[in-house]
Design a protein around this ligand. Structure first.
Ligand SMILES: [Zn+2]
Ligand SMILES: [Zn+2]
Ligand SMILES: [Zn+2]
Length: 104
């Protein structure tokens, strides 16, 4: 299995207790499907199945390489540079998130 070489960009090792949703979608009144958190700065954005793909946009704009899913029961992270999914055991916590506005 190939290794991600960007783990030194993981600065968020304790997930927030609760987030209100995708930062940009909340600001513009848009809807998201799933939530991802940037493990370098804590930015919360929406997944690539959401209309605005704010998590990918954040990674492209900032060169922050790794996101983690905030969906209940999901622990996977994703490196945009290596295009690699992985579990990062150092990242702890569970984040309460609101239901997707697209599904309600
Ligand atoms: Zn990587
Ligand atoms: Zn969004
Ligand atoms: Zn970031």
């Amino acid at each position: 299995m190939p290794d991600c070489t960007h783990l030194d960009h993981v600065l968020i090792t304790e997930l927030p207790e609760e987030v209100p949703g995708c930062a940009e979608c909340l600001a513009t009144g848009d809807k998201w499907l799933h939530l991802r958190i940037c493990l370098e700065c804590g930015h919360v954005g929406c997944c690539d199945d959401s209309p605005n793909r704010h998590a990918s946009a954040h990674a492209a704009a900032t060169s922050h390489p790794i996101i983690r899913s905030l969906e209940p029961g999901e622990r996977w992270s994703w490196c945009f540079v290596d295009e690699l999914a992985m579990i990062i055991p150092e990242v702890e916590g569970t984040t309460r998130i609101p239901p997707s506005p697209m599904l309600s």
